[in-house]
Design a protein around this ligand. Structure first.
Ligand SMILES: *Cc1c(COP(=O)(O)O)cnc(C)c1O
Length: 394
């Protein structure tokens, strides 16, 4: 089985580049050049140096002793929450901005839902002194006012998307329109393993540093480089892709992806893509997506903004279809409880997205000898208000 992208940009039945004619030149240039650029020694050196000195990598692999005792197994946390800006997203935006510079681009655009990818993009634009324009649904701008202010403080221009439901998918459409109109000087930084080929592969490669570090850190701590399980939450799928990447060919490593069930899979207020979706085209590639009988995309719901996406990228669509990864739906309530549990047992407040991965511990049985690695994709500072409003006694 091959779980990586093939020559034509597909992961099994999924992926490809379903784009309007007008976008073809931009995407084609990227496709032809991305591997040569990101594999060049001077690129790797510049990225590695920044990941170390600016982001703070390697992120620790932490043995969560009290959490392990509670679940009677061995749980390691990969601490992406300790990265600069508070999540894994910076790994990708840093990689892409270095790529953009080598393509002689002077202007960066991005889409954002809750604002986290927008902030990570505005951050690297400030770092590199490049112009930054972030498209964001008007409703999301109202809901995430602090992140809008953060992006503006970092020097970005935030443009409201006023069409449709005024949320993420509309912001993505606006960003694509901008790119069509500015093909020469602009690079579009996509925030997850979604979009037309080569984006999913490129983003997965930038995030694969997560599993590369896990392997060597685990080897150092336990004498074995492979755990029994790797667990991660899936919105579009970039932190999970990064955490799974270097274990894909080790079939004895079980891969568990947590998707957001929202109020419950059957309630109509959910983002549980595998439970509810079927193959379709969204944001330029063939993926599993939640849609109506006649193919209209269904507006998703989750308490965690980062998982509030109606599809999963082609990489994960293929892992789901082939059975290589197991997908588990986690409700808002289960995630909140797992978030409070980690806070009270380890003194770590996780992002609500990451709390979905932690909640898998309550839904599966693990052996006392099992070694688990859970990717803690982000910190919970941004979610405090939601935690306070939904306090859970454990
Ligand atoms: C954005 C985000 C996610 C979801 O995005 P993926 O591409 O699926 O990783 C998960 N966790 C955190 C903390 C995020 O900010």
């Amino acid at each position: 089985m091959n779980y990586f992208v093939d020559e034509s940009g597909y992961y099994g039945d999924f992926g490809g580049a379903y784009i309007p004619e007008m976008l073809y030149p931009n995407v084609e240039t990227l496709r032809q050049r991305y591997l040569e650029i990101i594999n060049a020694p001077d690129f790797k050196k510049e990225l590695d140096d920044l990941l170390r000195d600016y982001v703070g990598r390697p992120s620790p692999l932490y043995l969560a002793t009290r959490l392990s005792e509670h679940y009677k197994t061995n749980i390691y946390l990969k601490r992406e929450d300790l990265n600069h800006t508070g999540s894994h997203k910076i790994n990708n935006t840093l990689g892409q901005i270095l790529l953009a510079k080598r393509l002689n681009k002077t202007r960066i655009i991005a889409e954002t839902g809750a604002g986290q990818h927008g902030v990570a993009t505005a951050t690297v634009c400030a770092l590199m002194g490049l112009k930054c324009v972030v498209y964001m649904g008007k409703i999301d701008m109202e809901r995430q006012a602090v992140n809008v202010q953060r992006m503006r403080m970092l020097g970005a221009e935030v443009i409201p998307a006023l069409s449709g439901s005024q949320t993420l998918k509309d912001a993505t459409n606006e960003a694509l329109r901008d790119w069509i109109n500015n093909p020469v000087d602009t690079h579009y930084i996509i925030g997850s393993v979604v979009g037309p080929h080569p984006y999913p592969d490129m983003v997965a490669r930038f995030q694969s540093i997560i599993s590369k570090e896990i392997r060597s850190q685990l080897e150092e701590k336990t004498g074995r480089s492979t755990p029994d399980y790797v667990l991660a939450c899936v919105g579009g799928g970039s932190n999970a892709a990064g955490a799974f990447y270097h274990f894909l060919d080790d079939e004895n490593v079980k891969l568990i992806a947590a998707e957001a069930a929202g109020k419950g899979v059957e309630t109509g207020l959910s983002a549980a893509t595998c439970a509810l979706g079927k193959p379709g085209v969204l944001h330029g590639s063939k993926i599993i997506v939640i849609q109506t009988e006649d193919g209209q995309i269904v507006e998703p719901y989750s308490i965690s903004a980062g998982l509030d996406y109606p599809g999963i990228g082609p990489f994960h669509s293929n892992l789901y279809k082939t059975g290589r990864a197991k997908f588990i739906s986690i409700t808002d309530e289960q995630a909140l409880k797992a978030g409070y549990r980690l806070t009270l047992t380890e003194g770590i407040i996780p992002a609500l997205e990451s709390a979905h991965a932690l909640a898998v511990l309550d839904t599966m049985k693990f052996k006392p000898s099992d070694v688990l690695v859970i990717n803690l994709s982000g910190r919970g500072d941004k979610d405090l208000e939601t935690y306070f409003k939904n306090e859970v006694k454990i």
